[in-house]
Write a protein that binds this ligand. Sequence first.
Ligand SMILES: Cc1cc2nc3c(=O)[nH]c(=O)nc-3n(C[C@H](O)[C@H](O)[C@H](O)COP(=O)(O)OP(=O)(O)OC[C@H]3O[C@@H](n4cnc5c(N)ncnc54)[C@H](O)[C@@H]3O)c2cc1C
Length: 369
Amino acid sequence: MAETAKCDVLIIGAGVMGCSCALRLLQKGLRVTLLERAVPGAESSAAAAGILGAQSEVAQAGPFLELCLASRALYRSFAQEITQISGVDVGYEDSGVLEVVTEPGEGRIAVSRAEWMMERGLRVEILDRSDARALEPALAEHILGANYYPDDHQVDPDKLGRGLTAAVASLGGSFLSGRTVTGLLSQGEHVSGVATAEGPLYAGAVVMAAGAWTTRLASLPSLRTTIKPMAGQIVQVESRPAFFRHVVYGYKGYIVPRRDGRVLLGSTLEDRGFDKAVTAEGLHRITGMGMSLVPGLAHCRFVTAWSGLRPATADGLPMLGGGPLTGLYFASGHYRNGILLAPVTAEVITDLVVDGHTRHSVAAFSPAG
Ligand SMILES: Cc1cc2nc3c(=O)[nH]c(=O)nc-3n(C[C@H](O)[C@H](O)[C@H](O)COP(=O)(O)OP(=O)(O)OC[C@H]3O[C@@H](n4cnc5c(N)ncnc54)[C@H](O)[C@@H]3O)c2cc1C
């Protein structure tokens, strides 16, 4: 029997994107239902390292950089708000990121990156070996130098997902967990709801936030790009107490120290479909990279390892905004930066659903084909 959703907005997927959008839409007084195939927040969003790398992760100036900077600027208050509503500390830390150089070729790239960032007015310090090791004594002796990004920080994605889920529930958001959406429903040029194995659900607005699975749904209109999974493995070790503080971002991987002594080492970039296996080769590469940049990691206790599926678009840009059907919105395809981009994505989607326009420049990310 057909079910009429008692809501204004249906959100497909309850990862960091779906939950962040739900939070902001609920705060505008809309009734929101999240449809989640499995466990809210437990896919790519829980697998992430949590680097808020608006500078360390971005290759050039342009609309994507601006989106990342806008989201980074929102983060501190976003994290505080989630904690206030949910009672969950989401692990936001002002740790700064050191982009470490180990070869002369990397040094030239790092200097040219620093130059365009300074032209854009961003804070970056070019450090030689001794300055870099003075700032972060845990760094290996063989490093040549580093770019220091004092405004790139970190959050704990697992705690963020838990905090967001609790915040959405406490504001009255409804979770239908174990509910797989199979396709979109539309009437002419308007979205009318979604199809599920248990029957259709209807609402005036639908937000696509199904991560790496987004463009696998049936009956999608013509889109700008497709999304596929790009697997990444992470190794967690720990030292008590913590012995270094800065995120170390190398050209072959990164190391993220949490204040409580946990350390995350990542990651691989693997194009192997929806396979989330942790492999011996992945562990070997990641731990080797980590110990070469921070030798003290060799003495840390191994805790666990996991992998997740980044939602990667074919053209490298997120699918963010409304269209091609009226009432249809995309908050998907954020690839390596979905944790960073959650606050701005939620703001954009809420602006568009509520007001029909947003102060952010999102034309480059339009979902329409
Ligand atoms: C190893 C790794 C490290 C990363 N590190 C960082 C980092 O340091 N910084 C950063 O900013 N980003 C990082 N990312 C990227 C970030 O994790 C993702 O961009 C982000 O989590 C994507 O969020 P999402 O909500 O779109 O997807 P997901 O978290 O995957 O959520 C999508 C949800 O949709 C559900 N779903 C799918 N299909 C359906 C359906 N048909 N019906 C109902 N529900 C459905 C899924 O079960 C899932 O819960 C990393 C990712 C990985 C894998």
